[in-house]
Design a protein around this ligand. Structure first.
Ligand code: SF4
Length: 400
């Protein structure tokens, strides 16, 4: 694993926080923190062929940044200098970043800033890019994504021309897309294009070991595309009881970290992943993730096996985003993968408000179709054996 600057002692970490009473937060990470040496910062890795080194931990901006300005300052001090937002994020995410850069204009140079467009047409993308620049009080965005791509067909020659123009105008430095759906296909196809600089995709201990994902990541690395992993907790807490979960948590605790930290470390163990984008809406999570980022411990083969066994045991609780499979089985426009994700936001992330807002953006006609579709064929084809019909009904009840 090629990581730079990965050394902090627990004492130095506590000193840096300047905060009393952090024992409860640090307790699970004592082992990992004392295993470190010299204080510096969150490590960095090269981001594809861009020539830029980014912090391996990226601050996901889907929270109230306006009210968390000091946390943003602290994130920079600790080297979390890759910030991720989107035009569509709620809680005034981009405006919060704009407020920060207005107050600390010199910090703009330190941050590798990402934002995203829901639009696909060039005019729409220009409008959203200009709005993002204005909101964030900046005249450039380091990496600009087309948000939530399902298929590489959503990018075409017009997209390429738009990206080249935006780069030439100095509005963006690099271009790419994010994807929660059919990630493996999207990555493989992107690697053939030759003009995608970076991709943020769902990637975690549940997905990273499949042949398809390994092939897709290797193709992007060969093509010089920088990769950022998101949804690295693999859906967070799940409903299925699993003895492995207890065994795993106990083992990781003995080694000095939590299972949530181990899931981050599992992803960082792949040197081809430049960064992990993580929602860190408070100081506790930021600190916990930083403690994982500065830790030098490699997960053992046994650790990795436990994570994989847990993933197998709980697979029917986790949608892997392979929407081409289930959505083609129902033969109609029914956004099964999106609804599964909104359920995850609600149940695992505890963000009911955002989940409901996203669910209710689905046109009413399609929401009605969600309730009446026969999901039997989709369930038979689902590799995760998810109870799609039941989950769609529950989503309608919980999120409407
Ligand atoms: S419901 Fe099943 S088939 Fe559909 S995207 Fe999720 S895991 Fe894939």
């Amino acid at each position: 694993m090629t990581i730079k600057n990965n050394n902090w002692t627990r004492r130095q970490f506590l000193k840096a926080t300047g905060t009393a009473g952090l024992g409860a937060i640090m307790a699970p990470v004592n082992g990992m923190a004392t295993a470190a040496e010299t204080p510096t910062n969150v490590p960095t890795r090269p981001f594809g062929r861009t020539g830029v080194d980014v912090s391996i931990l990226s601050l996901g901006g889907m929270f109230n940044i306006k009210s968390n300005q000091m946390m943003m300052k602290q994130a920079i001090r600790w080297g979390v200098t890759y910030w991720d937002t989107a035009d569509c994020y709620q809680s005034g995410s981009e405006k919060g970043i704009g407020k920060y850069f207005k107050k600390y204009p010199r910090d703009r140079q330190k941050v590798f800033l990402v934002s995203k467009s829901d639009a696909r047409d060039p005019d729409g993308m220009t409008d959203l890019l200009d709005r993002s620049l204005k909101r964030m009080n900046t005249d450039y965005i380091d990496l600009y994504f087309v948000h939530g791509v399902y298929s590489i067909d959503e990018l075409d020659d017009r997209t390429r021309a738009w990206a080249e123009k935006a780069k030439a105008a100095g509005k963006i430095r690099f271009f790419g897309f994010s994807t929660h759906s059919n990630m493996e296909e999207c990555l493989l196809e992107a690697a053939k294009l030759g003009w995608v600089d970076g991709i943020m995709m769902t990637y975690n201990y549940r997905l990273m070991h499949t042949r398809e994902m390994k092939r897709a990541v290797a193709a992007c690395v060969k093509a010089g595309i920088g990769l950022t992993a998101m949804k690295t907790q693999g859906g967070g807490p799940v409903g299925t009881d699993s003895d492995t979960e207890m065994e795993m948590a106990g083992r990781f605790m003995e080694k000095g970290f939590t299972d949530a930290q181990a899931k981050l470390m599992a992803v960082w163990q792949n040197p081809d992943i430049a960064s992990i984008c993580s929602q860190m809406p408070n100081m506790s999570i930021l600190m916990s993730n930083i403690a994982a980022a500065v830790n030098k411990t490699e997960l053992s083969v046994r650790d990795t096996e436990l994570l994989q066994r847990y993933a197998r045991e709980t697979r029917s609780d986790y949608c892997t985003g392979c929407t081409n499979i289930c959505q083609s089985a129902v033969g109609e426009n029914v956004p099964i993968g999106d609804v599964m994700r909104y359920l995850m936001y609600c149940r695992s992330y505890g963000d009911r408000h955002y989940a409901m807002a996203e669910f209710n953006k689905i046109p009413e006609k399609i929401r009605r179709r969600l309730a009446t579709t026969d999901y039997l064929a989709a369930e038979q084809r689902c590799p995760q054996k998810m109870a799609i019909g039941r989950l769609m009904q529950e989503a309608i009840k919980e999120l409407s």
